[in-house]
Design a protein around this ligand. Structure first.
Ligand SMILES: [Zn+2]
Length: 196
């Protein structure tokens, strides 16, 4: 499958979801056995926020074995997450990587709120907000600071993946494509930032 075909499947699947007409999924024993016997062949890597309202298989209306997913609050990546992306692209030969952010992202709002109140964030959550803060610095003065920061944060994760050595060489070889996308929390619709 090409990256274009992969993206088309995702777009068509999201259209079904947003229209309230999801496809019937094959969750049969035979499908489970088939995936066990013949291995997985997912057609897209999705880096998605951990937000419970944005489950990739559901919002893209896909089934078992279709998507290779990395989820973190705020759709940011550390080395462990990036390693998973590398695995999907290099070893599973997945042609498309999508960074899926969303409206009303709690991780982004927490970063923005702490910045406005000049509060420091403690605990492991700081490793998330530190990443998002880099995007926040680029959009200061924006009319809707959270929305602008959500968009910039998606672009930042896309750029980090592009700078990764393994993915970078796959990109150069034309074996993988990367796209940013955003989920409308009220509409259920996903908008891709760039064409493939
Ligand atoms: Zn979120």
């Amino acid at each position: 499958m090409t990256a274009f075909e992969s993206k088309s499947k995702l777009v068509i699947g999201n259209d079904r979801f947003a229209a309230g007409l999801p496809a019937v999924k094959d969750l049969s024993q035979s499908r489970i056995h088939d995936l066990s016997d013949n291995g997985q062949h997912p057609f897209a890597v999705i880096i998605c926020c951990a937000d419970s309202r944005v489950p990739p298989e559901i919002v893209f209306d896909q089934g078992l074995g279709d998507l290779f997913i990395v989820r973190t609050a705020g759709n940011v990546l550390d080395d462990v997450g990036m390693g998973s992306v590398e695995y999907g692209a290099q070893h599973l030969h997945i042609p498309l990587i999508v960074v899926l952010g969303h409206e009303k992202c709690g991780a982004v709002k927490a970063t923005v709120d702490a910045d406005i109140r000049h509060e420091s964030i403690h605990g492991c959550i700081k490793s998330i907000t530190d990443k998002i803060e880099k995007s926040l610095k680029k959009v200061r003065g924006a009319k809707d600071i959270c929305e602008a920061c959500e968009d910039e944060n998606i672009r930042n994760t896309v750029d980090e993946i592009k700078r990764n050595k393994v993915i970078g060489s796959l990109l150069k070889a034309g074996q993988v494509e990367i796209a940013g996308a955003k989920y409308g929390i009220n509409s259920g619709k996903i908008t891709f930032f760039n064409s493939i």
